[in-house]
Write a protein that binds this ligand. Sequence first.
Ligand SMILES: Cc1ncc(COP(=O)(O)O)c(C=O)c1O
Length: 343
Amino acid sequence: MRGVLKIINPYDPGIIPEGQVVNLSSNENPYEPSESVKKAFLNSLVKINRYPDASYSRLKKAISDFLGVEVERISVGCGSSELISRVCDAIVEELDTVAIPMPSYSLYLIYAMLREASIVTPVFKDYELEAEIFEDLKPKLSMICSPNNPTGNKVKKKTVEKIIESSEFVLIDEAYVEFSDENMLNFALEFENVIVLRTFSKFFGLAGLRIGYAISSKEIAEAIEKIRLPFAISSVAVEVAISAIKSFDYYAEVRRKIIEERTRMKEELEKLGLKVFPSQANFLLVKVDEKTFDFLLNSGIVVRKVENFLGLEGSHLRITVGKREENEALIEAIGSYLRKSSA
Ligand SMILES: Cc1ncc(COP(=O)(O)O)c(C=O)c1O
């Protein structure tokens, strides 16, 4: 086996909750699919003896109409996770410099390491990126996340523009962008070296079906399409994703509820005296002491522990914004932990 595998840590999915727990750990959408999405799922079953359309032309057309972007600029994959891997495969040669600012999403490291890249992980407090280091590094590929996981903040467009000027290629991961007041799609249309990555897992609540897409130059889209798995997205997932786009209004209302809850949760947690990071995503990063996670777990609430992260000193929890009653349970439990520990 390849030596690099000895130094790659497996992707940590956190604790997968079982049974009657409040699950606020994986930044999933807590709401059910729309009624027409459920119907599309059921209707797609009669065709599962057939392979999906290998070119995914209907799915790409639906995404293209949704975004107002030419269809040739779109590539698709089995979740945006697959596309992170394919972008590295398409661009990174051994020992190329790949810049992965930290603290951010761990999958970038795994796929850049697999390419045996020379990886640089500049650390920015609270993921407040600055462009200067990219100007010095001149990376082959820079991997930026906005809004960022796990801090929740968006990166300034001016900074990203400078990073684009200094890098041969830039991946902008916008997995959470629909919960934000700003997006960087235009950079993918304006610059030949930018790939904007999106997913159906968060806003459209289809994490279990695995559909991701990228917007880039036609040349990059063609390269990604050439090397992805031939039938990476199931035929069921295709039908559901197309239907989800048609149900946009339903999901926009879901988003409204999530953003309203995000604001309320932040205020409630701050009232308890906790530091809560400003968030443009469907989760909140909160500074806590190292015992809070276990207390919540014992209370039947699963969140993500963020510890020993480059650029985030001390213990933090990444808490997905759930439904109101789930968020209430969380606030209640943290409140009672804080009262107990200060007594
Ligand atoms: C920043 C970021 N990018 C990409 C992904 C992968 O999403 P998916 O493969 O479900 O599209 C996630 C999942 O949590 C994420 O947080």
